[in-house]
Design a binder for this molecule. Structure first.
Ligand code: TRP
Length: 476
């Protein structure tokens, strides 16, 4: 890819170069959101990578958004960044793009973000403490990284409970299968640990970032809440809230938002999120709103005003910047740092290089798709790791590492033995791409149909119930 010998930035100071990097990151983002030509985006990404190399040469440090050369408060809990410059992946709350067809290099991301790998020891502890076999998302490395999960388990072992916090940005009515991953997993956590859950619907965020009206965003909140409820959450243990509603209804929530706002500077969020001087001030202060549910005092109706109930956040790794910021401010405002469990991305049908997009109907399987649409999309669009001809495939076998149908099965086919057999047969060439696709189609069709059936059962009253601030049932 890039050659690592950047030609230096002449007389620029480290801070100027840092700002130039931030601006270039912003440029890449805006080109992407404007759906610019691929060549133009690639060129901008290349320049970004080159600037990173220059920055490293100049400062001896890796460029990290959020870690300006003179002020490295925010990401002080970050580990050293990966130091090779070829094939950097771009991962932040708005962009995910990998430089390899195998997708994002998650081991590198752990190093870059300074989180910890979910290793065998942690898996065994989760099984021991919960008394349950680990969920297949954990066993298969779909949830692959964490922060402070051992502390959550330590406390739980001493009969100190914790709560779960996750969320969704309701940007459209249509949710796809990838959106379900954190919720399926969160439901499992709620069941095995028997603990309360809060779900933040960031309709305010989507209003600020997208060309949508407030009414549309709020309506998407309610529609998406139905899909979330259809995952099977227990109404007695779950509070789903719209930011647009709850911010005004909860004085304690707003107090926590303001505390966070006071302790993070513009410079810091610029670094972490790549905001620029021309971003609206709503965006600039939004991260405080995503931070606030990490603190139990934001929900007095649930925790009776307790400030010290630990929080565990299951989320996709692209949300980590919000929580790096949250964990940095927490001790400075006298509150607990949330713990995190991070998932990989759900790949687009076209390949693991990017995540699915709700705006491209052919990039994903939607929760509203008919059996026929599911079949056609997979047959037409699912990127194959198979060989071009049957003869070659039989001879050399397929590649499960890049095959999207196989990757999807790792998410949705629970039977380990069956999955292993499929892997063997595909790799040896005994199983053809068409046959593999058929297995995926037959796995997804009933799964989606059942989801649609459960969603139909979700009434407006049920949504209302889930979204009413109230005490929840749990034993402490
Ligand atoms: N910003 C997230 C999104 O756009 C929504 C969100 C809010 C979230 N709070 C969260 C996601 C906590 C995971 C965990 O989807």
């Amino acid at each position: 890819m890039t050659d690592c010998q950047g030609d230096g930035e002449g007389t620029m100071s480290p801070m100027e170069l840092f700002e130039k990097l931030n601006a270039q990151g912003e440029k890449v983002r805006s080109l992407k959101s404007a759906k610019a030509e691929k060549a133009e985006i690639d060129a901008a990404v290349q320049l970004l990578l080159k600037l990173k190399v220059d920055y490293k040469q100049m400062t001896g440090q890796d460029y990290k958004a959020g870690c300006p050369p003179s002020e490295n408060l925010i990401v002080s809990n970050n580990g050293p960044a990966a130091d090779d410059c070829d094939g950097e992946d771009l991962v932040d709350p708005w962009n995910v793009s990998a430089s390899s067809t195998k997708g994002v290099d998650y081991d590198k991301l752990i190093v870059r973000f300074g989180s910890s790998k979910i290793d065998k020891e942690l898996l065994e502890r989760i099984e021991k403490v919960s008394g349950q076999r680990a969920h297949h998302f954990l066993r298969r490395g779909i949830f692959f990284s964490h922060r402070d999960m051992h502390q959550i388990l330590d406390a739980y072992e001493k009969h100190k409970s914790f709560y779960l916090y996750t969320g969704r940005g309701p940007s459209s009515e249509a949710m796809h299968v990838g959106h379900l991953i954190p919720f399926i997993f969160t439901k499992w956590l709620q069941d095995v640990f028997d603990i309360p859950l809060v779900v933040q619907m960031t309709d305010d965020e989507k209003y600020l970032w997208k060309d949508l009206t407030l009414e549309e965003c709020h309506r998407f909140t309610v529609e998406n809440a139905k899909d979330i409820i259809a995952c099977g959450f227990d109404v007695n243990k779950t509070f789903i809230f719209s930011d647009l509603d709850y911010m005004g209804a909860s004085p304690q929530f707003y107090r926590n938002v303001v505390k966070v706002q006071k302790h993070v500077t513009f410079n810091q969020v610029k670094g972490i999120f790549g905001f620029t001087d021309s971003d609206c001030i709503g965006k600039i202060s939004f991260p405080a709103i995503q931070a606030a549910p990490s603190f139990s005092s934001s929900f007095p109706q649930i925790f009776g005003g307790k400030k010290d109930v630990p929080c565990l956040i299951p989320c996709a790794i692209d949300q980590d910047p919000y929580f790096r910021m949250t964990r940095d401010v927490a001790p400075r405002i006298g509150l607990l740092k949330p713990a995190l469990l991070h998932s990989t991305f759900f790949p687009a049908l076209q390949g693991a290089q990017t995540k699915m997009s709700a705006s491209d109907p052919n990039s994903s399987i939607f929760l509203t798709d008919t059996p026929k649409q599911i079949k056609n999309k997979i047959n037409k669009h699912a990127f194959s790791g198979g060989k071009d001809t049957v003869e070659e495939h039989r001879k050399y076998g397929g590649n499960t590492e890049v095959d999207v149908s196989f990757l999807y099965l790792t998410f949705f086919l629970e039977d380990d033995e069956k999955l292993e057999k499929i892997k063997e047969d595909y790799t040896s060439g005994a199983l053809l791409t068409g046959e593999l696709k058929k297995i995926l189609i037959e796995t997804l069709q009933p799964m989606i149909a059942q989801h649609q059936e459960r969603r139909k059962q979700v009434t407006d009253e049920m949504v209302q119930q889930f979204m009413t601030p109230r005490p929840l049932n749990y034993k402490f």
